[in-house]
Design a protein. Sequence first.
Length: 259
Amino acid sequence: MFCAKAGAKTVLGVDQSEVVYKAMDIVRENSLQDRVQLIKGQLEKTELPVEKVDVIVSEWMGYFLLFEGMLDSVVYARDKYLAKGGLLLPNRCSIRLFGISDQERYDNLINFWDNVYGFSMKCMKPDILQEANVEVVPSDKVLTNSVVVTEIDINTCTTLVCNFKREFQLTALRSGVLTAIGGYFDTFFDLPNKVELTTGPHAEKTHWQQTVFYLRDVVELTEGQSIKCSILCSRLKRNVRGISVVLTIANSSYEYVVD
């Protein structure tokens, strides 16, 4: 409906969830049914009633940007339907990583298992540490600078964009204990009036929050100290919507699942 209000002559929307029927009611409620047509189905299995479109708008971003694998549908739509010179919105994205120091949160989530009502349950820790957590990171818990680990040009990317490797360096902004690595993404709309959406800890909160990878071995850092790190990101074979993340922090390796 925003596209129609912005001047689009025809708007086609595709969604395979049941909520699309409520969306149809809302379109009619706002007297936009002559310009907005909603179709229930999977895009890849749906034939649109047009050969080409001028603009593709999609809110495909998942946690840590790539979770849920929805970018695949955007790439499919781009290759099949986008007219030459057409627009993709957003057209560019990046993922950033940063260091976190939050001992209280670490104690409540990880060290908690050392003594649960007088019983040792340390065997639970490996499973807890393997899961990436989606949560809000308070800005005062940010310990290091943030670093871009991958950039995506949606005009040219392929579905292999989920697989990447990058070496990087984090530098402590203050002295503290590195308890986790945080991840977030930025999206860009490179139009005459440029718009940027960031999901970082210093920005307004979003439903994406931040993705947090807790460390098995915390690291003591002093202000100005740098540590060498790397990330290897790949799709899960058992679930293409999920991703595997391998982090190397100060020569220690950690494996996580965003699933």
